[in-house]
Ligand binder design. Structure first.
Ligand SMILES: O=C(O)c1ccc(O)c(O)c1
Ligand SMILES: [Mg+2]
Length: 616
C-alpha cells in the first residue's frame, strides 16, 4: 500500500515537515496550500527537495468552494483553478483535491453541480491534471461520499474523480459498506483519519480533534476492507487536523503517523480475512507478526538515586527484600506474585520514578519483532552470558517495556539472578499481584501512547473518562487485556501552577491486589506506613451514597480506606504517600468489580494536591 500524509498534520516549516515524512518512511505527501503559500521555497525547489528525499508529491489541497455557485462566481472560480493548475505543473503534482462548497454555493441541483464540475474537469484536462472531488461532512449541498461519486459519474470525464476521506463518512456514523459500490477508477485519492466520539459538531471535531488511526474510535479496519474490495490501489494518506500534533515535535509525530498506517494495514487485512475474503486485492495491506495479548505483569521497576524511601514503603506494605542482583545495581522485592525491582542506576539526585514494566508474553522475540515493525524504539539492557536477555522497547513517555517470557505458574526465571532464596519466589503463592499501573502521560504524547499500547502490546483502550481534580479535569484512559491480566491506566499529567511557573506534576503509581485489604492495611499500619489521609467528609458522603454497616464504615475511616461498589461487586483500596513521583496503591476486588474506584479519584487528587502545597 502506498502510504501518504498531508503536511497539515505536522508542525514546523515545509522543509521540516518534508524531512520528517521522509525519515518516517512515507512514500508520498499531500501539500497543504497554506504550507506552500507560507514557504520560502519556490514550487520548483519543493519539487526537487521532494525528489531528493525520495518523496512523491501526491496531492495539492484544498481547492475550496468551487461548485454550486452563480455564473459570475463560476468564472472567477475557473480563473482561480487555472492558476492552481499551472502551479501544480511547476510542483509536478498531478492531482488536486476540490472539496464540496461549504460557503458560497447557492445552487444545489445535481445537473447544475455536474455541469460546473464538467467545466472544471475540462480545464484540468487542458492542464494535464486531475481533480479529486471530496464531499466535506458539512458541505452546503454535497456532504456525502455517494453523492460526490454520483456527480463524478454523471460528469464522466477522465480528469474528474472523487477523494474519499474516512472522517467525513465515519464522523456521521455512516455505514462504510456502500464504498464497495464505488467505481475504483473514479477514486482518485483516499484520506484516512480517526477521531474520538465526542458530542461536537462535525466541523469542530474535524478541525481540532482528528487523530491518527488507532487513536480514536472509528472502525477504520472495516473502512479499509471495503475500500480494498473496490480494487483501489492508490495512496492511502493521513489527513489529521489536530491542535496538539501541530505543536508537537515534528519528527516524533511523523513516526507516530507512520505507526498508525502500519497498524491500519494489519487491521484492514485482518478485517478482510475475517470477512472471508480470499482474493488477492490490488491494495496490498502489509501484515505483521500476530501476537496474543500479554497475560500479566512480570514486574514493575522503580528507579532512584537514593532508594531507602522506596524500600521503606515496600517493607511497610508487606514486601520482602529478595536481595540484590549478581551483577547489576538492582534489588528485587516481592509480595506474593508481585515483583518490584528497585533500580539504583539512576543519575545523581534523581527522585524515585517508575522506569520500567515487564509484561508476560508468549513469545518475547516475536513480540519484539512486531513492536519494532511498528517503529517502537528498542532499549538495550546489558546482560551477562548466563543471564536472561530482556527484549525491551521504549513507550512514548520513555517508560521501558520489557517483553518477558510468561510462565504458567507465574514464576520468573530471572529471579534466580538475585540473592539466595529469590528463585521460585514470586510464583503463584497467595499474597499479591500487580493489579494495575497508572502512568502519567505528557499532554503531547497521550494519543501516541494509546496507539503504541494498542498496536505494539495488544492492549484494548476503553472509553476514556475525565476525573475532576483541583487543577481541572484529568483525562484518564484505561488500556487492558481481555482477561484483565494487564491493566494500564494512562492519565494526562496535569500542569500545576506553582509560584510564577507552571510545571508538570508527575505522580504515577503501581497498584497491588490482595485478598484481604483490611488485614493488609492493619499490618502496614503496625509497620508504620503513612497512608494518604482521607478527609472525614469523604466518609460522610460514602454513608450517604451507600447503606454501609456502621462498623464497616468505622473500619474504612480508621484505616483511611476508600470504597466503591457497583452492580458487579465491591472495591476497597488505599494509597501510600508519594516518594519522588511514585506512590503505591493496595486494592481488594470483591465479586466481579472491574473498575478502579473512579468515584474516589477526585479525593485522591485533592489530598495529593494538598500535600504538595503544604510541603516545603
Ligand atoms: O476542514 C477542511 O476545510 C478540509 C479541507 C480539506 C480536506 O480534505 C478536509 O477533509 C477538510
Ligand atoms: Mg479530507
Amino acid at each position: 500500500m502506498r502510504t501518504g500524509i498531508a503536511t497539515v498534520c505536522l508542525s514546523g516549516t515545509l522543509e521540516e515537515k518534508m524531512a520528517a515524512c521522509a525519515r518516517a518512511g512515507f512514500d508520498g505527501i499531500e501539500i497543504f496550500e497554506q504550507d506552500l503559500v507560507t514557504s520560502a521555497m519556490s514550487p520548483e525547489e519543493v519539487r526537487s527537495r521532494a525528489a531528493d528525499l525520495g518523496l512523491s508529491l501526491d496531492l495539492y489541497q484544498p481547492f475550496r468552494d468551487f461548485d454550486g455557485v452563480d455564473d459570475e462566481q463560476l468564472s472567477a472560480n475557473l480563473r482561480r483553478a487555472a492558476a492552481k493548475f499551472t502551479l501544480m505543473g511547476r510542483l509536478g503534482i498531478d492531482t488536486i483535491l476540490a472539496c464540496s462548497n461549504v460557503a458560497t454555493a447557492t445552487r444545489g441541483e445535481d445537473d447544475i453541480l455536474a455541469a460546473q464540475l464538467a467545466q472544471l474537469a475540462g480545464l484540468a484536462g487542458d492542464h494535464g491534471v486531475k481533480v479529486a472531488y471530496e464531499a466535506l461532512a458539512w458541505g452546503r449541498y454535497v456532504n456525502d461520499f455517494e453523492h460526490a461519486h454520483r456527480l463524478v459519474q454523471a460528469v464522466d470525464h477522465p480528469n474528474l474523480g472523487t477523494c474519499l476521506d474516512s472522517f467525513h463518512i465515519l464522523s456521521r456514523d455512516w455505514d462504510t459498506a456502500p464504498i464497495e459500490n464505488l467505481e475504483a477508477a473514479k477514486i482518485f485519492f483516499v484520506q484516512v483519519a480517526d477521531a474520538p466520539k465526542l458530542s461536537l459538531d462535525v466541523l469542530s471535531l474535524s478541525r481540532h480533534y482528528r487523530v491518527f488511526p488507532g487513536e480514536g474510535q472509528f472502525n477504520l479496519a472495516k473502512f479499509m476492507g471495503h475500500l480494498a474490495r473496490t480494487g483501489y490501489d492508490g495512496p492511502v494518506s493521513l489527513e489529521i487536523f489536530n491542535d496538539v500534533f501541530r505543536q508537537s515535535d515534528v519528527t516524533r509525530t511523523a513516526v507516530d503517523a507512520m505507526r498508525s498506517l502500519v497498524w491500519l494495514q494489519e487491521q484492514g487485512a485482518a478485517w478482510l480475512a475475517s470477512a472471508g475474503e480470499t482474493e488477492r486485492l490490488p491494495l496490498r495491506m502489509a501484515t505483521l507478526p500476530r501476537v496474543p495479548e500479554p497475560t500479566g505483569f512480570n514486574f514493575a521497576e522503580v528507579k532512584a538515586a537514593s532508594t531507602p524511601a522506596v524500600e521503606t514503603l515496600l517493607g511497610q506494605l508487606g514486601f520482602t527484600s529478595e536481595g540484590r542482583h549478581r551483577t547489576k545495581d538492582v534489588q528485587l522485592w516481592t509480595m506474593g506474585q508481585a515483583r518490584v525491582v528497585i533500580n539504583e542506576a539512576a543519575p545523581e539526585g534523581a527522585e524515585p520514578a517508575i522506569s520500567a514494566l515487564g509484561f508476560d508474553v508468549e513469545n518475547p522475540l516475536l513480540a519484539s519483532s512486531r513492536a519494532q515493525q511498528l517503529l517502537a524504539p528498542v532499549v538495550p539492557r546489558k546482560s551477562q552470558a548466563d543471564e536472561e536477555v530482556f527484549q525491551g522497547i521504549a513507550a512514548p513517555d520513555s517508560t521501558e517495556i520489557f517483553l518477558c517470557q510468561g510462565s504458567a505458574d507465574g514464576t520468573a526465571a530471572w529471579t534466580s539472578e538475585f540473592g539466595p532464596g529469590a528463585a521460585g519466589r514470586g510464583g503463584r503463592r497467595p499474597g499479591a499481584v500487580i493489579d494495575h499501573v497508572n502512568l502519567a502521560q505528557p499532554w503531547q504524547h497521550f494519543d501516541e501512547a494509546v496507539l503504541f499500547y494498542t498496536s505494539a502490546l495488544a492492549l484494548e483502550p476503553q472509553p476514556f473518562a475525565e476525573v475532576p481534580s483541583p487543577t481541572g479535569l484529568v483525562r484518564s484512559q484505561v488500556m487492558d487485556t481481555s482477561n484483565r491480566g494487564v491493566r494500564l491506566v494512562l492519565n494526562l499529567a496535569p500542569l500545576i501552577q506553582q509560584g510564577d511557573g507552571v510545571h508538570k506534576s508527575y505522580q504515577e503509581h503501581i497498584a497491588f491486589a490482595v485478598d484481604d485489604l483490611v488485614a493488609t492495611a492493619r499490618a502496614a499500619r503496625k509497620r508504620g506506613l503513612k497512608f494518604l489521609d482521607i478527609p472525614e467528609n469523604y466518609y460522610q458522603d460514602l454513608a450517604a451514597r451507600f447503606d454501609l454497616e456502621p462498623d464497616f464504615l468505622d473500619t474504612l475511616r480508621e484505616l483511611n480506606l476508600l470504597y466503591d461498589r457497583d452492580a458487579d461487586g465491591e472495591f476497597l483500596h488505599f494509597y501510600t504517600a508519594t516518594v519522588g513521583s511514585v506512590f503505591f496503591e493496595m486494592v481488594e476486588r470483591r465479586g466481579g468489580y472491574d473498575g478502579y474506584g473512579a468515584p474516589n479519584a477526585p479525593v485522591r487528587h485533592a489530598v495529593q494536591y494538598g500535600q504538595r502545597h503544604s510541603s516545603p
